[in-house]
Write a protein that binds this ligand. Sequence first.
Ligand code: GAP
Length: 446
Amino acid sequence: MEKQQGATPDRMQDIISLCKRRGFIFPNSEIYGGLNAVFDYGPLGVEFKNNVKRAWWEAMTRQRDDVVGLDGGILMARRIWQASGHEEVFTDPMVDCTNCKKRFRADHVIEDFGDLSTCPNCGLKGTLTEPRQFNLMFKTYMGPVEEDAAMVYLRPETAQSIYVNFQNVQQSMRKRLPFGIAQIGKAFRNEISPGNFTYRTREFEQMEMQYFIPPEQEQQWFDYWRGQRWQWYLDLGMTESHIMWHTHDAKELAHYARQAVDVYYEFPFGFKEIEGVHDRTDWDLRRHTEYSGKDLSYFDDQEKLRYIPFIIETSVGADRSALAFLCDAYHEEEVEGEKRVVLRLHKRLAPVKVAVMPLSKKEPLVELAHNVHDSIRSVGMTQYDETGGAIGRRYRRQDEIGTPYCVTVDFQSLEDNQVTIRDRDSMAQRRVAIPELRGILAKELA
Ligand code: GAP
């Protein structure tokens, strides 16, 4: 389990500082002192996180015939959260220190310190209250009157809108089981002890897929989706020794799960969960059938069988997996006696694919560089860097944001119609003809 806020080691501080300095992630409401556990993605962060989400969407829907997409509302009928069990049991145990007034998650304190005898903040013995259950769902009101009947929750997971749309999707898309529904969207949890930067926040995005299956295929599909999800990280360049499986024991299993495994990533603050694969049995559709009064069973017209489908869920945080990819990509190394910080992001995840830089700010070099830039825009997100300064420093700035290729336009380019491509990882440089540049980059980035 993660440490309480404030216990982030140095490497994490380096990454947080890079994120702020280079426009990836900013504290929310910063000029007003900040809003705890909410973050804003800057110009590079939004590109990067969109690339993570795109890679997930591509693998989970576009490359498959058996999974379709959905984009459900954040607000949903309160009854949904009663049916799902969230209103009753989506709670964490909370303790308060009567001396320093700090609040902690009781299970985190026990995990880190063995028991609840001592306050982790002020160190006094016997000052923590008895644990109390705290519901994590945010509440708001629909309409002008703030009364109980108008109360709705901000969804704490995206999964439920998939379950309540199961029949809409199955019938409109004429899907036969097994098939899945995928969704990317915001979720909200009033976490008692958020922390470790974007790892545990109160507003975040989930990428969830629910796979509907005949009950007897439960184990087969659980094992299949485990394999698929592990491979996704490897395909995007994650270091395999930095991820591991964690199997939930009976105490950890959520109320809806018969079996569950998590992918853990080795963050600078330790191995922590980034994704869960859950065997949810027929819990969800059975409960929604019961609470809504609508029959959500499925009729298999080939087998002539009616049953409530089982569900295998894969659920990953977009912010949390993005943070894992960032941590995995962050490298410091020494080049010619100087420190080089480089984000070795997979090319598909890098926010900027190519930076074009004229060697000088003078004409006619600048005009040629602009033309070169325009000619390659279609290969992906590009940047035109005319900031001046030594070319080595400009390469370093691109290394720090993970740009796979820099294209340098120099005075010789005016004569031989060639430019230099510089590779982020090897730092190797090669001259290529300008008319061939777009094709070469498109191939490298494919
Ligand atoms: N529908 C199942 C579900 O929501 P979960 O284990 O509670 O399962 C799934 O959450 C994933 O959502 C986690 O593995 C994590 O990546 C992400 N997540 C959950 N709470 C989060 C938080 N407070 N901040 C950031 N990401 C979070």
